[in-house]
Design a protein around this ligand. Structure first.
Ligand SMILES: *Cc1c(COP(=O)(O)O)cnc(C)c1O
Length: 356
């Protein structure tokens, strides 16, 4: 007799990108930032490692929320901080979706955590394929797709999209939001590498939340800090279903310090965007077809060998990239934009694979 709920026994867990133990590998597989946190952020975090570790942190991340509210021109009641944005995405299913009845809607391919969260909550998955170029369908097109549900309890939109890297215009996102009756979460994990963001929609509509994270753009994956901005009523509902001390103290310190050093981070965004452009050009000269990217990674179709073979060949050469078996993207590699040196090595090793 199993003591575990049948529903849980059937669940398939989220599969994270590999975090190798071996040193000397170039990690271009999980969209981490190649630049370290600002020295001031490291100093502030280190300085916080003292006697206070025995105390509970601020239960609502008040200081951080206040700073974030100021940054986005909203009130602290419009902000909730989570143990990474992943936690908040999970809380949203808990707060807004009735198990066994409601559906969670999202495009495919997009963030592979959404189906996992839907299943954990025992909600219904509503997966709607993106067009072949991974562009955002217009509302008119969505009306013609039988599968799209304008009344879905919760709709996740990854914008810019992952794993394609495509950016979506705020005007188009706004049309989509206006047409939805349920809650829409705009997952802007990569938005700092894009040309526009849709934060304004979270302040204008009573059913729209914008999700952000310190992980990718702010070099802080390790600390697990993400946040939502949106209507106070929705934030209050999320607040009710979170754990009492969901955001660890050192994470709060590091994130607050980060917000005082935005100039440092913005310079890094510019470097990554510039290097993204040069990487796409160099790979194009070798026969790679890359989708336009508004993120810190590219989705690219390699020449000569199958994408999966490229994954293996590059790994033999100590470079980790990501490959997804999903039929829509199986011919592509997803490559994170690393440092100048890492991308130079990638270019050299790609040429070597092509010669070998
Ligand atoms: C990385 C990522 C997240 C999660 O970020 P955390 O804040 O580290 O939990 C959310 N959404 C997308 C699309 C991501 O790629």
């Amino acid at each position: 007799m199993s003591r575990i709920r049948k529903h849980v026994e059937r669940l398939l867990p989220y599969v994270p990108g590999e975090q190798p133990k071996a040193r000397g590998l170039i990690k271009l597989n999980t969209n981490e930032n190649p630049y370290p946190p600002s020295p001031k952020v490291l100093a502030a975090t280190q300085a916080a490692v003292d006697d206070r570790l025995r105390l509970y942190p601020n239960p609502t991340a008040k200081g951080l929320r206040t700073r974030l509210a100021k940054l986005h021109g909203v009130q602290p009641e419009n902000v909730i901080v989570g143990n990474g944005s992943d936690e908040l995405l999970a809380l949203a299913t808990r707060a807004f979706v009735e198990p066994a009845r409601d559906c969670v809607q999202y495009f495919t391919p997009s963030y592979s955590l959404y189906p996992v969260l839907t299943d954990i909550h025992n909600a219904r998955r509503r997966e709607v394929p993106l067009p072949v170029d991974f562009s955002l369908p217009t509302v008119q097109e969505l009306r013609s797709f039988k599968r799209w549900d304008f009344k879905a309890a919760l709709t996740f939109v990854t914008t810019p999209n992952a794993p394609s890297g495509r950016g979506y215009a705020t005007a188009n996102l706004e049309q989509l939001c206006r047409a939805q009756q349920g809650i829409v979460i705009l997952d802007e994990a990569y938005v700092d590498f894009a040309q526009e963001n849709a934060m304004a929609l979270a302040t204008q509509y009573d059913h729209v939340l914008v999700s952000r994270t310190f992980s990718k753009a702010y070099s802080l994956c390790f600390q697990r800090i993400g946040y939502f901005v949106g209507p106070a009523k929705l934030i209050e509902a999320l607040d009710k279903v979170r754990d009492s001390y969901n955001v660890n103290g050192l994470g709060q310190v590091a994130a607050e310090a980060t917000l005082k050093q935005l100039t440092y981070y913005r310079a890094n965004f510019r470097k990554i965007i510039e290097l993204r452009k040069r990487t796409v050009e160099k790979l194009a000269a070798l026969g790679f077809q890359t989708l336009p990217s508004a993120t810190n990674f590219i989705l690219t179709k390699p020449p000569r060998f199958a994408a999966r073979t490229w994954l293996k060949r590059l790994r033999e050469r100590k470079i980790l990239v990501r490959w997804f078996s999903d039929s829509r993207v199986k011919d592509y590699l997803r490559i994170t934009i690393g440092s100048e040196r890492e991308m130079t090595t990638l270019h050299r090793e790609v040429k070597a694979v092509l010669k070998g």
